[in-house]
Design a binder for this molecule. Structure first.
Ligand SMILES: *Cc1c(COP(=O)(O)O)cnc(C)c1O
Length: 399
C-alpha cells in the first residue's frame, strides 16, 4: 500500500523512511495471534422490528493496538465496552480518525457472508495512509472481522433487508498536544444488527441543491472516510431540513457540478428525446467523490446487464443546470443515491434556486424503474440467491 502510495507521490527518502518504518520493520497485523475473551453470558437477539440503525451492538468487539516501535500487537476479541484514553489523545484534538461501513448477511443456505470486504479494506488503508495512521494487511483484518462475526453469529438477523452492519474504526492515541504524526493507534471493530433502511418499501426523498456549503474540494480529503469530513455536513443538512428537504445535493465549483447526496453517491438517468437512448450517469472519481463500494457495484452491474443498444453508462461531470434543463425537456427519467446503509435511495424532488425540479417516479410508486432493478440485483447477490464473482465472502456457518 505504502509502496504504491510513495511511487505515485513525491515522497522524499526521509518521509519514505518514517512511513516505511511503521510497516516494514515492525510486527505485521497477524490474525493467527488472536486472543479471545468471551462474555460470560450471550445476549438474546432483539426482535427484528426493534432494530434501530446503529443503536444496538453485539456482545463482542475486535481491538488491535499499534505502536510505531513494535507495530501491530496481538488482536483481541473482548466484550463490547468503553475505551479509556488520555484526554490529550490526538484523536480528540486533531481528528486522527477514520472509519469504514460494510455489512454481513445471513443467506438462505445457513451461511453468513460479507459483501465485497476487500474493497472496504483497500479504502480503509487509503484513509489511514492519508492521515499518517498505520496501514495493515487487508486479508488479515477480513479474517479477524470474520472471527468477530462468528462469535456473535446468533445476533446476525435473518430476513430480506436485515443484516449486520460492521464499523471498523481507527484512531490515533498518542497523548500530547503537539501536532505531529501519531506513534500510537487503535484499530477496533464493532458490529450492529440492522433492519431495512425503508421499513415499508422505498420512500423517495427531497434534496436541496447545496452551493452555500462545500463537502469536498480538489486536493482535499473528500474521497477518504475520515470522521473530520462528516461533522461539518450536519449544519447544512439542518439548514436543508429547515426548508423542508431531507438531504443536501452537494454541488461543486462555479459550474455547479453534482457530486454526492448527503453521505451517498448519486446517479441520474437521462433519456435523449431525439435518439431515445438512456444514460446512467454519476460523477467521476476525481478525488472529491467518496469511492463508494455500492457505486462501483451499481456501475459494474449496469455495464453488465443494461442493453448497450438502449443504454450508456457514464462517469462524467454533469451540473445542476443540465438536470434542470433536461427536466424541462422531459429528459430526466430518475435519480437515486447509493450507499451501504440504504443500498439505493430514490429521489423525487430537487430544490434549486426558485424552482423545484420534479424527478419522475413510477406511477403510484416511490422509485423509478432502474432504481428498483438495481436494488433487486444487489439484494439477490447479498442474500446469496445469486453468485457474482467473489463479491460475497463466507465468514461463518450459522449452525
Ligand atoms: C460511505 C460513503 C458513501 C458510500 O460508500 P459505500 O461504500 O457505497 O457505502 C458515499 N459517499 C460518502 C460521502 C460516504 O461517506
Amino acid at each position: 500500500m505504502l509502496k504504491r502510495l510513495s511511487s505515485n507521490s513525491n515522497f522524499s527518502k526521509g518521509l519514505w523512511k518514517i512511513l516505511n518504518q511503521r510497516n516494514m520493520s515492525t510486527s505485521k497485523l497477524d490474525a493467527s495471534k488472536l486472543q479471545v475473551t468471551r462474555v460470560s453470558q450471550k445476549s438474546q437477539p432483539k426482535p427484528n422490528d426493534q432494530l434501530v440503525f446503529g443503536k444496538t451492538f453485539t456482545d463482542h468487539m475486535l481491538s488491535i493496538e499499534w505502536t510505531m516501535e513494535k507495530g501491530w500487537d496481538a488482536p483481541v476479541i473482548k466484550p463490547y465496552g468503553p475505551i479509556t484514553l488520555d484526554p490529550a489523545s490526538c484523536v480528540f484534538h486533531y481528528a486522527f480518525e477514520l472509519f469504514e461501513g460494510l455489512k454481513a448477511y445471513r443467506t438462505k443456505d445457513g451461511k453468513i457472508t460479507m459483501f465485497r470486504p476487500d474493497k472496504n479494506m483497500e479504502r480503509m488503508n487509503k484513509s489511514a495512509a492519508r492521515i499518517c495512521l498505520p496501514t495493515f494487511d487487508s486479508d488479515e483484518l477480513i479474517k479477524l472481522i470474520g472471527k468477530l462475526i462468528e462469535e456473535d453469529k446468533h445476533l446476525v438477523p435473518e430476513g430480506q433487508g436485515y443484516s449486520l452492519y460492521i464499523r471498523p474504526t481507527m484512531i490515533g492515541t498518542t497523548d500530547g498536544l503537539g501536532v505531529g504524526y501519531p506513534d500510537r493507534a487503535l484499530l477496533y471493530v464493532i458490529t450492529s444488527p440492522v433492519g431495512p433502511y425503508y421499513k415499508t418499501g422505498f420512500k423517495a426523498v427531497k434534496l436541496l441543491a447545496t452551493d452555500f456549503a462545500t463537502r469536498a474540494w480538489p486536493g482535499g480529503v473528500g474521497d477518504k472516510k475520515l470522521g473530520a469530513n462528516y461533522a461539518p455536513c450536519i449544519l447544512p443538512q439542518l439548514q436543508a431540513a429547515d426548508k423542508g428537504y431531507q438531504q443536501n445535493l452537494w454541488l461543486f465549483g462555479p459550474e455547479k457540478n453534482i457530486t454526492e447526496v448527503g453521505t451517498m453517491n448519486v446517479f441520474f438517468v437521462f433519456k435523449d428525446s431525439k435518439t431515445g437512448k438512456k444514460e446512467l450517469v454519476t460523477a467521476p472519481l476525481d478525488g472529491t467523490i467518496l469511492e463508494g463500494v455500492t457505486r462501483d457495484s451499481v456501475l459494474s452491474l449496469a455495464r453488465e446487464r443494461l442493453d448497450p443498444k438502449e443504454w450508456e453508462v457514464n462517469e462524467r461531470y454533469y451540473t445542476i443546470y443540465e438536470v434542470s434543463e433536461r427536466s424541462k425537456k422531459g429528459e430526466l427519467v430518475e435519480a437515486f443515491g447509493s450507499g451501504t446503509a440504504a443500498v439505493v435511495s430514490p429521489i423525487k424532488e430537487i430544490g434549486w434556486q426558485d424552482e423545484d425540479i420534479q424527478v419522475p417516479l413510477l406511477p403510484g410508486e416511490q422509485s423509478g424503474e432502474l432504481t428498483k432493478d438495481v436494488a433487486n440485483w444487489i439484494a439477490a447477490i447479498q442474500y446469496g440467491k445469486e453468485v457474482h464473482g467473489n463479491w460475497s465472502r463466507v465468514v461463518a456457518d450459522v449452525n
